[in-house]
Design a protein around this ligand. Structure first.
Ligand code: GLU
Length: 426
């Protein structure tokens, strides 16, 4: 996924928003609705473990650069913690903590035997060579090796990390452990124990949510006008799947701007021209801003880029009747309220983007059993889990009269709170 570069005023507004605080607010509301006492919130408002590491890497020019990274483990009452590692210049400790809580919620929603974890390294992989990236990947694994492992905490790809980086990390961990240990990490290349369907899993999960949401709203995906913000792993595959399903993708964007055509964009051409970081709009002159893109006339809007894109200032200008969050945290709490009051069906991130961790779970199961499944089996299993999770949350929202985000948090937090109680922690 690509880092967004919003205009200065929008950037200032975004910087003021605190994703950790807003996540905690919804966790607190969800626990209250479920009738859990305050001490459960006290336990779940922070990761149980947070490690800060410093990694020296020899750069191509011979100098040594020391990078800072984090690994947060939110809660392991249900099982080992699980979640991606992002490489990005804007990584912060707070963001990694919030992301680890979201991973716990995703695992709860998809009923996976995990708690949430997340990692991040402050670096810009767009400006680093292959060799430097290998150095930082191996250095990170050495630094966190004591707290991770196939039954402790299982990393995976996230923003600007991919199967090659997972391969280096797996190799480094296997060296430390002195045996081949594919279950330590997911999102690996197929030849190293990766799973079919992992690369496209997040986008596949989003398409399943779009199908379900469209059914509820009486919209036919075939012919529907869709806008996708972000052309990274999730956004690009998603645009392709929707285009192939007969939807009209009328807008896409990357970090540098957006493209719009009310007749539908040539997605295959754009995919062909995109670079490995999901950049394509630099090749065009007639671009629009990412903020304008969100307000385009369309039926389905998919923010698949970065956090805090739909805020109080622009939520009333959104024209879509369905918003499906493929990115983590693209909509603020104020904006969630506004969209819900306006009758827009919002499919929250912790549900819509959970396809990735679900297929990661399949990968880990296959590694543990040493027996590998065909692509069709993966897709069938993913669809079954995703449809069930969507309907569970939709029905919770209806019966408890809450918005879809709060419903998702209620579903996501329940198993973890129950497990912590059974263990006698709270
Ligand atoms: N980084 C992805 C996420 O945020 C996937 C995590 C995983 O596969 O464990 O959901």
């Amino acid at each position: 996924m690509v880092a967004d570069k919003p205009a200065d005023s929008a950037k200032e507004a975004i910087d003021k928003l605190d994703v950790l605080n807003s996540t905690r607010t919804v966790v607190k509301n969800a626990l209250e609705k479920l009738g859990y006492p305050d001490e459960v919130f006290e336990l779940l408002k922070e990761p149980i473990r947070m490690m800060t590491v410093r990694m020296p890497v020899r750069m191509d020019d011979g100098s040594i650069k020391v990078f800072t990274g984090y690994r947060a483990q939110h809660n392991d009452a249900v099982g080992p913690t699980k979640g991606g590692v992002r490489f990005h210049p804007d990584v912060t400790e707070k963001e990694v903590k919030a992301l680890s809580i979201w991973m716990s919620l995703k695992a709860g929603i998809m009923d996976l035997p995990y708690g949430g974890g997340k990692g991040g390294i402050i670096c810009d992989p767009r400006e680093m060579s292959f060799r430097e990236l290998e150095g930082i990947s191996r250095g990170y694994v050495r630094a966190i090796s004591q707290i991770v492992g196939p039954n402790k905490d299982i990393p995976a790809p996230d923003v600007f990390t991919n199967s090659q980086i997972m391969a280096w990390m797996m190799d480094e961990y296997s060296r430390i452990d002195e045996f081949n240990n594919p279950g330590f990490i997911t999102g690996k290349p197929i030849v190293l124990g990766g799973s079919h369907g992992r690369e496209t899993a997040t986008a596949k999960g989003v398409t399943i949510c779009i199908d379900e949401a469209a059914r509820k709203k009486g919209i036919d995906v075939k012919g529907a006008r869709v806008v996708v913000q972000g052309f990274g792993n999730a956004g690009s595959f998603l645009a392709k799947f929707l285009h192939d399903a007969g939807a009209k993708v009328v807008g896409i964007s990357d970090a540098y701007g957006g493209l719009h055509d009310s007749e539908g964009l040539d997605i295959d051409y754009l995919l062909d021209r995109r670079d490995s970081f999901g950049t394509v709009t630099k090749l065009f002159n007639n671009t629009i801003s990412n903020q304008d893109l969100l307000e385009l006339d369309c039926d389905i809007l998919v923010p698949a880029a970065v956090e805090n894109q739909i805020r109080e200032e622009n939520a009333h200008k959104i024209k879509a009747s369905i918003v499906v969050e493929a990115a983590n945290g693209p909509t603020t709490l104020d904006a969630t309220r506004i969209l819900s009051e306006r009758g827009i069906l919002l499919v929250p991130d912790v549900l819509a983007s959970a396809g990735g961790v679900t297929v990661s779970y399949f990968e880990w199961v296959q590694n543990n059993q040493g027996y590998y499944w065909e692509e069709e089996e993966i897709q069938e299993k993913l669809k079954k889990i995703m449809v069930k999770a969507f309907n569970n949350i939709y029905n919770t929202a209806e019966t408890r009269r809450v918005d879809m985000r709060l419903a998702a948090y209620m579903v996501g937090v329940r198993k973890m709170a129950e497990a912590a109680r059974f263990r006698g922690w709270v």
